[in-house]
Design a protein around this ligand. Structure first.
Ligand code: GCB
Length: 601
């Protein structure tokens, strides 16, 4: 008995699922895939009746079984087929009026056929699901994913049938105190399968992931790694960049991993020259194609050096909010509109706030030559002392880097936004910084910090986290939450660190079309004047190397109830949610023009 017991416990601990979550598959655009976007059948389940039984125990016969009555006497109290549908990708809040404020569980179901060919493997891939997703195929659980803005995939090879597969996802967007983000944010808690869903087909052994970038500090040496998944792990891997005449082979080790390193004569990526190379990763069994840009990004004292040259980041902050139609942005068209406006403003940089945006944003930024700050939703008041909260933040960071590490556009990984100074917070964020550096040594690490007044005229940035960052971010609302716009004229800025500063937020609300004098809140004139005073102040900060006004476009927020003006929108946009440019847009555009942006059209 003594010897059997531990074995029983061990067996009990092994989950009885035939499928498993696989490490993220890189570059899903470059893979053979079938889209599962479109209408999904849905059941709204505020009491989670489809998950728990009446004793509040996980039920063995939940909605994930997608059961149908087998006889006329069978009792089944749900039916996906006759329930309402929702569009995927898409948040549920803006698809049905009665879901606008819904926070809780909705079950999604999709039926599909798939003829699997011999020696192939199949994965179901989700671009994002906010916030927790439990995924089932044909009644069996594939797994759970927590975190609303990063992708995940599960292998389904052995569970898949030729006909009538039923994929069920329970999506729960209840806010949680221990979540990342936590209960309190200044954006809408859009729930659902908010990004694309697809079935990815790979060979039995395939290239799961790779990191192909310039080595830190170099402009000609490419280094990184390739990782295979499957049972033929020891293979020859070839990396080809035809246009740069690169053709190099490596051998993977017993775990399918190979480090790569070689020199290349490259035309470097930059906003003026967003050069992307076709890169091929080939093995005996697989071949993936990607478009990759190569550039270096470093700091020296207060300078930010792009390809060795000092650069000023002419930025703007952006939420993942869809222009014109509202709700979560998810498409290439949304990305083109938002980044097109940023370009028109004169930007060479965007801060994608406050969570990783959809992959189209990053891909389009790569193509358009816009540098990107990407961040995780470690926002305001996370539970710094809770190990599970840390694990969650770390996973989201890992997934963000996993997806976008080969994109030249991304130059900054940001760890946190406006988090209150304290020991537990510092320990938490230091660990995240270490993690980010261990996953990717090539990019700059930042965080949007706060500042404080030394005296009435002196703003100081000395947050202890600054020591661990490459670039300081700072949010300030002089002229909005902090005095009137002219206050900016009297301020001097200091920092304890010999590091570049990006003013990662500043601004104020204006309702497009509301006019008045420059001291009347909510008018375009107030916002315009605020920006004029801000720009004058910013020009006086000697260590300033970037600006990201808050924000490109108005966005929905439950914290903003003022009738007739906010109507549950944060109105700090330089552009309204209908695409109308406010006066302040042109103040920023003029500033960016002076800083070297091409002439506004
Ligand atoms: C901030 C936050 C941002 C808010 C903004 C505001 O400091 O970082 O998420 O939306 O202020 O408008 O108050």
């Amino acid at each position: 008995m003594k010897t059997i017991l531990p074995l029983i416990f061990l067996l009990a601990a092994i989950p009885c699922v035939r499928a498993q979550q696989t490490g993220l598959i890189a570059n899903t655009e470059g893979r053979k895939a079938v889209s599962l976007n479109g209408q999904w059948q849905t059941i709204i389940d505020p009491y989670e009746t489809g998950y728990y039984d009446y004793r509040y125990q996980p039920s063995a016969n939940g909605y994930f079984k997608d059961a149908k009555p087998k006889s006329k006497s069978d009792l089944i109290e749900y039916d996906f087929d006759t329930s309402e549908s929702l569009l995927v990708p898409g948040d549920w809040n803006t698809q049905k009026e009665r879901l606008l404020l819904y926070e809780g569980t909705i079950w999604y179901q999709k039926s599909f056929d798939y003829q699997r060919k011999p020696n192939t493997r199949l994965f179901v891939y989700f671009g994002a699901a906010n916030y927790v997703a439990d995924v089932y195929l044909n009644g069996e659980k594939l797994g759970r994913h927590e975190g609303g803005f990063t992708p995940f995939n599960f292998e389904v090879t052995t569970l898949l049938r030729d006909k009538a597969n039923s994929l069920v996802v329970k999506v729960d967007n209840q806010r949680r105190r221990d979540g990342v983000p936590t209960l309190n944010t200044d954006w809408w808690n859009y729930g659902g399968l908010t990004r694309q869903v697809k079935l990815i087909e790979t060979p039995a052994t395939f290239v799961q992931d790779y990191f192909i970038q310039l080595q830190k500090g170099s402009r000609e040496q490419i280094s990184g790694w390739v990782k295979l998944n499957g049972d033929q792990l020891k293979q020859r891997v070839t990396v080809r960049i035809p246009e740069a005449r690169v053709n190099r082979s490596f051998t993977t080790d017993a775990s399918g991993y190979a480090e790569i390193s070689f020199n290349a004569d490259l035309n470097l990526w930059s906003p003026d020259n967003p050069k992307l190379y076709e890169v091929l990763v080939e093995t005996e069994t697989d071949r993936v194609q990607d478009l990759i840009g190569f550039r270096s990004i470093e700091t020296r004292g207060p300078e930010i050096l792009l390809n060795g040259k000092p650069t000023f980041l002419r930025g703007v902050s952006i939420h993942e909010e869809a222009p014109f139609r509202g709700g979560r942005a998810y498409s290439r068209e949304d990305a083109i509109t938002l980044l097109g406006w940023a370009k028109e403003l004169g930007c060479n940089f965007v801060r994608l706030a406050h969570y990783p945006h959809n992959e189209f944003m990053i891909r389009e930024a790569d193509r358009l030559g816009i540098m990107v700050w990407s961040e995780i939703p470690v926002y305001w008041t996370i539970l710094w002392e809770n190990p599970a909260t840390f694990q969650n933040a770390q996973t989201q960071l890992t997934e963000m880097i996993a997806r976008d590490k080969n994109r030249a556009a991304v130059i900054v990984w940001s760890m946190a936004n406006e988090t209150p100074i304290g020991e537990a917070r510092l320990a938490f964020l230091k660990k995240l910084v270490e993690r980010a550096r261990s996953l990717d040594s090539t990019r700059l690490i930042s965080a949007a910090l706060e500042r404080h007044y030394l005296d009435e005229q002196t703003e100081m940035i000395d947050d202890p986290l600054g020591e661990y960052l490459d670039v300081l971010g700072c949010n300030e609302y002089v002229g909005w939450y902090d005095g009137l716009p002219e206050k900016a004229d009297r301020l001097e800025w200091k920092t304890k660190y010999q590091k570049p500063l990006i003013m990662s937020e500043f601004g104020g609300d204006a309702l497009y079309g509301k006019h008045g004098d420059a001291l009347t809140r909510w008018t375009e004139e107030y916002q315009e004047s605020l920006y004029q005073h801000q720009v004058k102040m910013l020009k006086r900060i000697s260590f300033l190397r970037g600006t990201c006004p808050w924000i490109l476009m108005d966005f929905r927020s439950p914290r903003r109830p003022l009738p007739g003006i906010q109507d549950f929108h944060n109105r700090k946009g330089l552009i309204s949610d209908r695409g109308e440019k406010k006066k302040a847009f042109y103040v920023m555009q003029q500033y960016y023009h002076e800083l070297g942006a091409a002439s506004p059209k």
